[in-house]
Design a binder for this molecule. Sequence first.
Ligand code: XMP
Ligand code: MG
Length: 179
Amino acid sequence: MQNDIKDVLYSEEQIIQKVKELGAQLSTDFEGRNPLVICVLKGAFIFMSDLVKNITVPLEIDFMAVSSYGASTKSSGVVKIIKDLDVPVEGREILIVEDIIDSGLTLSYLIDVLEHRGAKSVTVVALFDKPARRTVDLQPDYRGFTLPDEFVVGYGLDYAEQYRNLPYVGILKPHVYEK
Ligand code: XMP
Ligand code: MG
C-alpha cells in the first residue's frame, strides 16, 4: 500500500497537530452553543473522530452519507443522500465536518438542505481544501490545509475505496490509476 504513494503531503504528526488547533478554535467559538456535529461519510470519518476528541464543549454527533452521480473523481453537482441524519436540525447550530472540498458542489448542496430544514446556523470545517478546482463560490469557515490540484488518499480519503487507513495523506503514483 505504501509503495503506491508518490509523495507524502502531510504526515500523521502534522495532521494531528492541525486537528488539535482546529479543535481548540472550535471549542472557543462553540462555547454554549451545543452544536450538532455532522460527519460527512465516508471520507471524513477519521477526521471527525480525531476532531471531536479535541473539542471540549458539549456537542452531539450525527452522520450523513452522500454520493454524487456521474464521473468518479469529479463531483457532478447532483448529490444523493445515502444515509440521512437521525435527528431533526431545526433550530440547531450545525458544524459540518468534511474531509476535502473540491468543486464545492457537495457542500453547497448539503448547506442548502440543512438551511431548508431550518438549521439556526451552518458552519463548515474542512481538513483539506483544493481552491483551484472550485466551481461554486464557497469557502469553509475553518480549514486545515490547502492542497494543490492532485488526487490525494489517506486519513479517510480513498481511491476506489482503498487507502482510507493510511495515517498520513499522500499523492498516488500514476501506475495505480493506469492498472
Ligand atoms: P466536491 O467537488 O463536491 O467534492 O467539493 C468533494 C468530495 O469529492 C471527493 N474528493 C476526493 N476524494 N481524494 C479523495 O479521496 C481527493 O483528492 C478528492 N477530491 C475530492 C471527496 O469525497 C469529497 O467529499
Ligand atoms: Mg467524500
